[in-house]
Design a protein around this ligand. Structure first.
Ligand SMILES: *Cc1c(COP(=O)(O)O)cnc(C)c1O
Length: 436
């Protein structure tokens, strides 16, 4: 696979190079120069296979030329070791449950694959790496869990003390091993600033710092897999065209869907579902891209005011507003609609939605009602409802159960380090000492 930067001022690279590099040197995002379709007959014949087998086939098709077959197959199976079932909820809408991974959110798919490939490339090349991430909650836990136990890699996660939920903290700070959790006495922006400064600091070159953040192409490609698998589960060719409703923030998930469409999944259109941070729906309506400050909502992992994957989404549609408009319809869902969707879906279908997934289901309903969308809709459920138990309790009056491995999270020992101040120099000295 050959990839070029969305800013077109960096040399073309292979998938391996793009994965190790993260951001292109010109500051752009890597995008494949072409996405050859998978033979339709072959794809249809995968119906009934577990998602791990579908993943091996999709990812071999995309990047198989850069790995030996056995290695790619092993890494892919390790990453895709949990299911992604679809559940019908009425009105010809089904929910694709992407929250059965270790951190109970869809980011596990991308983070686990990226971590395993990253570890494997390091083993080949020799050397070690330190993944440094700042998080406001969800990304850090997916990255920490993804890289946990991967040889030659250490992970340092910085998060704002007291500003993430106790459960989110437990997901990062009880792992131990190669994962170090660091409480920062400030905001997410303070964490981000320390991380950015560290990346520019030549005195830290020996640590092999890397970011593994959400713009890494190694996180995006594996996300195309569940679009293929869910179309097959919906009936494959017998289902006809399907529509995907995608709860969106940085637009990585939606971009992965468009990649799956290029691979040959017959997607009638995408429904881009945002909360009040409606950058994409507004762009589709007005034709003007307007970044803004993020506004806090119930679906906080989608509180994004300048979606990082927008350049990819635009470029994969040849920068043509018409092409984007005919492929994607956008809806911004209010907080009231989100709450109402949680209540009504539970009352009518007995199905529990977390606030992010509720935004997707609400947008699916609006696509039915407002643009006459009559085809089957698959709404992506991006987080487990028990991750957002407070909202469920407010709307439905009970606490949703966490899945088995997490039921005892309150008893796990939190081992986070406390950064004493926000001074970069103290952080630098601490980091050098801790990573020796
Ligand atoms: C990250 C996240 C999203 C948004 O996904 P993008 O790829 O950034 O658009 C939606 N829901 C949940 C639960 C998330 O963690």
């Amino acid at each position: 696979m050959i990839l070029v930067s969305t800013r077109h001022a960096a040399p073309p690279v292979t998938f391996r190079e793009a994965l190790l590099g993260g951001l292109a040197p010109d500051g752009g995002l890597y995008l494949p120069t072409s996405i050859p379709p998978i033979d339709r007959q072959a794809m249809v014949s995968w119906r009934g296979l577990p998602i791990g087998d579908v993943a091996v086939r999709v990812l071999s098709h995309l990047v198989g030329d850069e790995f030996d077959r056995g290695t790619l197959e092993r890494l892919t199976r390790e990453a895709f070791d949990f299911p992604a079932p679809t559940v019908p909820i009425g009105n010809d809408i089904s929910v694709l449950e992407l929250f059965h991974g270790p951190t109970l959110a869809f980011k596990d798919f991308g983070a686990r694959f990226l971590a395993r490939v990253f570890g494997s490339l390091l083993a080949e090349r020799g050397g070690r790496a330190t993944i440094l991430v700042a998080t406001s909650g969800d990304t850090g836990s997916a990255v920490a869990q993804g890289f946990h136990g991967v040889p030659r890699v250490r992970v340092v996660v910085l998060y704002p003390a007291g500003r993430i939920s106790p459960f989110q903290e437990a997901q990062m700070a009880t792992l131990g091993g190669n994962v170090t959790a660091v409480r920062v006495p400030g905001t997410f922006d303070d964490c981000q600033r320390l991380v950015k400064e560290a990346f520019l600091d030549e005195s830290l070159a020996g640590l092999g710092l890397s970011s593994a953040n959400s713009i890494n192409i190694g996180r995006l490609l594996p996300q195309a897999v569940y679009y293929v698998a869910s179309w097959l589960a919906a009936g494959g060719d017998e289902a006809g065209d399907v529509v995907f409703a995608v709860p969106s923030g940085n637009l990585g998930n939606l971009t992965a869907g468009v990649i799956a469409q290029r691979l040959g999944v017959p997607v009638g259109r995408f429904v881009a579902a945002t909360n009040l941070n409606a950058v994409l729906p507004d762009y589709l309506r007005t034709g003007t891209y307007r970044a803004r400050a993020a506004h806090p909502t119930l679906s906080n992992a989608m509180d994004v005011g300048d979606p990082s994957n927008f350049p990819r989404l635009a470029q994969i549609h040849a920068e043509a507003l018409d092409a984007l408009r005919s492929n994607i319809v956008g809806f911004a869902i209010s907080e009231d609609e989100t709450r109402r969707t949680i209540r009504e879906t539970y009352r009518q279908a007995g199905y529990l939605l977390d606030p992010h997934s509720a935004v997707g289901v609400a947008a699916a309903g609006r696509a039915r009602a407002e643009v006459g969308e009559h085809r089957p809709i698959i709404a992506l459920a991006t987080a487990h409802p028990a991750k957002f138990g407070d909202v469920i309790r407010e709307e439905l009056g009970f606490d949703p159960q966490l899945p088995e491995p997490w039921r005892n999270w309150r008893t796990r020992e939190v081992r986070a380090l406390n950064l004493s101040d926000l001074n970069y120099e103290s952080f630098r000295i601490w980091l050098l000492e801790a990573m020796r």
